[in-house]
Design a protein around this ligand. Structure first.
Ligand code: NZQ
Ligand code: ZN
Length: 386
């Protein structure tokens, strides 16, 4: 097992009825900016619960943060934070609203030339404005990690950011919010969390047995819960296991002491930026090609995954590894998610070269756990995904 340094300060309040506790978590004299997305919270009762809990706080609202949180929209929120002298941010939404709030928490205290630098120059946020979250969509793990991904439509770019100053102070995880989530977003959440685990597990073995079994248990729970939650999002037992699995998939625990890949996400972000394909679906497009192309370096873990998670017991290591890749594609399909770029756009020619060029221009020359994911290999993987 590799050395590690684990610190996660987010206070998680999990379960039914926890929304009313936000009032105790936000300083009484805070001036709060309540941030939300396209309006789902106004149709499913979450908005009422939040505003009721905050009746004794000073609250201003900012709605309209779109899926794949948009830089230009967030800059409007930033000017409100400054003009209204906001002291606390409260995100009520899925990954997009929480990520947008993290960007604002960073940008509000950033004294460089433009907040765009935080994204393009990869500036880590050591101290951000305090914020909390009410999670409405299990998927990203943003509610308990310090990362965010921000999109700029104008330039068709999407960049990750983060830093130790961007953990939510608290996050409310109430599984009853799941009942209003549309099927498409439920599938996205299941697939996204599944790939988060894979990115931290399908690498090479460092003898971190407990970490491997943590990863496998999250994968198994997602597989078990997927058909139940898709059939009945009001099933509280399924909803609670789904929600906690998504958080555990990316709250920093699984990556401790082991190598991480993140190649699927890096390529996937480009597909969202270029074609506006849902984040989770971009991952489903890239996963099979990525693992097939990198079979040699990943086959030991892929075979272990096939055996322990999918019960594939027959065959050589390579055969089991390939079966594991196949099972993963079948899992995405069982969620109703297509796995080829051509399923989403007819305009895919040239995508591989374009993404490889972007990575070259940004100096992203050696990605993946072995540093062997070069722009050339990325191009091959994207072509295999057409
Ligand atoms: O905007 P509203 O009206 O709220 O509707 C949203 C949105 O349309 C809807 N929704 C959310 N909760 C709902 C609901 N509808 C009904 N009932 C509810 N309870 O769902 C739609 C999608 O929401 P969004 O927040 O965009 O989804 P998700 O949580 O999948 O977030 C995706 C974003 O997170 C980034 C992605 O790149 C993408 O930009 N990620 C963030 C990560 C992180 N911070 O650690 C890691 C991930 O890998 C990912 O990159
Ligand atoms: Zn993801």
């Amino acid at each position: 097992m590799n050395n590690f340094n684990l610190h996660n300060p987010t206070n998680v309040l999990f379960g039914k009825g926890q929304i009313e506790n936000i009032a105790n978590k936000i300083p009484a004299d805070a001036k709060v900016l309540l941030l939300y997305g396209g309006g789902s919270i106004k149709k499913n009762g979450i908005y009422e619960q939040v505003t009721e809990a905050l009746t004794s706080h000073k609250v201003i609202e900012f709605g309209g943060i779109p899926a794949n949180p948009e830089y230009a929209v967030l800059m409007e929120a930033l000017s409100i934070i400054k003009s209204e002298k906001i002291t606390f941010l409260l995100a009520v939404g899925g990954g997009s609203v929480i990520d947008g709030t993290k960007f604002l928490a960073a940008a509000a205290l950033y004294d460089g030339e433009t907040p765009w630098d935080i994204l393009t120059k990869n500036i880590r946020t050591e101290v951000g404005m305090p914020f909390g979250a009410v999670l409405t969509l299990p998927a990203t793990g943003s509610e308990m990690n310090s990362g965010a991904v921000i999109t700029r439509a104008e330039t068709k770019e999407k960049y990750a950011m983060g830093g130790p100053g961007l953990f939510p102070l608290f996050s409310i995880l109430d599984p009853t919010v799941i009942k209003s989530i549309p099927q498409r977003q439920l599938s996205n959440g299941l697939a996204d969390a599944f790939v988060h685990v894979l990115e931290q597990y399908i690498t090479y073995s460092v003898g971190a047995n407990l970490q491997d079994r943590f990863a496998e248990s999250v994968l198994q729970t997602i597989i078990e819960v997927a058909p139940k939650i898709l059939k009945n999002p009001s099933d509280y037992e399924a909803a609670s296991n789904f929600m906690w699995s998504c958080t555990m998939a990316l709250n920093g625990l699984l990556s401790q002491g082991v190598p991480s890949d993140w190649g699927i996400h890096m390529i996937g972000h480009e597909l969202t930026a270029l074609f506006a394909i849902d984040h989770a679906r971009t991952l489903a497009i890239i996963t099979e090609s990525h693992y097939t192309q990198n079979l040699d370096s990943k086959k030991e873990k892929l075979a272990q995954y096939a055996t322990r998670v999918w019960d594939v017991t027959e065959g050589t290591m390579e055969e089991r590894a390939k079966a594991g890749i196949q099972k993963t594609t079948e899992f995405f399909k069982s969620l109703g998610i297509d796995t080829k770029l051509s399923d989403y756009t007819a305009d895919y020619e040239g995508t591989a070269e374009l993404i490889a060029k972007r990575f070259t221009d940004r100096g992203w020359l050696k990605m993946g756990e072995n540093g062997t994911l070069t722009p050339e290999v990325v191009s091959t993987i994207v072509k295999m995904s057409y």
